[in-house]
Design a protein around this ligand. Structure first.
Ligand code: ZN
Length: 200
């Protein structure tokens, strides 16, 4: 894998995530501003959360306990309020392109190992694939394969074969198709194309 491809993609992901987060913040704020009652509760909850942290830090357990109670009451009040309001999806959570990695490009596995997400792996594959000569598969494929281009004349002297070039290419096509159709079969042998340099 090309490192600069990964770095370019990761930069794109960073931008993508930043924009999604920004859009969400904007949508959330706009939504809250149009619902003053909800905004008030949200602000109160935020400041209560801060007070709880302070009380815990100061070892003021009793105060923290009563603040937590207040917090829970207010929280359920907010939830009740939200039941009657239609929150637009954009204001509910950031709308990331990839729900698995949240547009970070990485996922953490159960063993705490961080690996590349499949979405970014696919992108790397697509880029590498296009760089190879296989990128024009949409044009050069079996559907556009024209047997008529090959002569159906048997000429042992000219072609050094007992069959016509058309029959020969038909046989090759059958072998290639058989290979593709049995690709998942572990007993299927590999296919090797050989020829002079420049043949494709
Ligand atoms: Zn992903």
């Amino acid at each position: 894998m090309n490192n600069s491809t990964l770095n370019t993609l990761l930069k794109e992901y960073e931008k993508k995530k930043f924009n999604a987060d920004l859009k969400f913040e904007k949508a959330k704020n706009e939504f809250l501003e149009s619902h003053p009652d909800l905004l008030e509760i949200t602000n109160k909850l935020n400041s209560l959360a801060l007070d709880i942290s302070k009380a815990i830090l100061n070892n003021d357990t009793e105060h923290a306990k009563s603040l937590k109670k207040e917090f829970e009451t207010l929280k359920s009040k907010k939830e009740k309020l939200l039941q009657n309001i239609d929150v637009p999806p954009s204001a509910k959570e950031p709308l990331y392109e990839c729900k698995i990695c949240n547009d970070t490009g990485y996922v953490t596995l159960d063993n705490n190992k961080t690996v590349l997400c499949n979405c970014i792996k696919q992108k790397i594959f697509d880029i590498d694939f296009n760089k190879s000569n296989l990128g024009n598969l949409d044009k050069e494929n079996f559907d556009n394969f024209d047997l008529e281009l090959y002569s159906d004349v048997v000429d042992i002297k000219k072609y050094n074969a007992k069959i016509s070039p058309r029959q020969n290419i038909q046989n090759i096509k059958d072998i290639a198709l058989n290979f593709i159709n049995n690709f998942d079969n572990t007993n299927e042998k590999n296919l090797l194309f050989t020829g002079n340099t420049g043949l494709r």
